[in-house]
Design a protein around this ligand. Structure first.
Ligand SMILES: [Zn+2]
Length: 81
């Protein structure tokens, strides 16, 4: 039997999309490339990072991103506009 977390739903707060206030999210993957000069591997390596994107508008809230990537991601979003 699976052990339930000792947490009541009333004690949780919903997370909303920063853009459209939607509360449904899907898991998407951000992929970072690590240069072979940094990792000392023969080839560049791909580093997948799972994040949650809004189910409606595909926006990714800052809080779902690793802190180091937040400013990067903003740049990516602006470029594709
Ligand atoms: Zn949204």
């Amino acid at each position: 039997m699976q052990q339930q977390m000792n947490l009541r739903l009333e004690d949780t707060t919903p997370i909303e999309c920063d853009k459209c206030k939607g509360q449904l999210f899907k898991e998407v993957t951000l992929i970072r490339k690590a240069s072979r000069f940094v990792t000392n591997m023969p080839q560049d390596s791909m580093v997948p990072i799972p994040v949650f994107a809004c189910h409606k508008c595909n926006h990714v809230n800052d809080e779902f991103l690793p802190p180091m990537l937040r400013s990067d991601y903003v740049e990516i979003v602006e470029e594709t506009k």
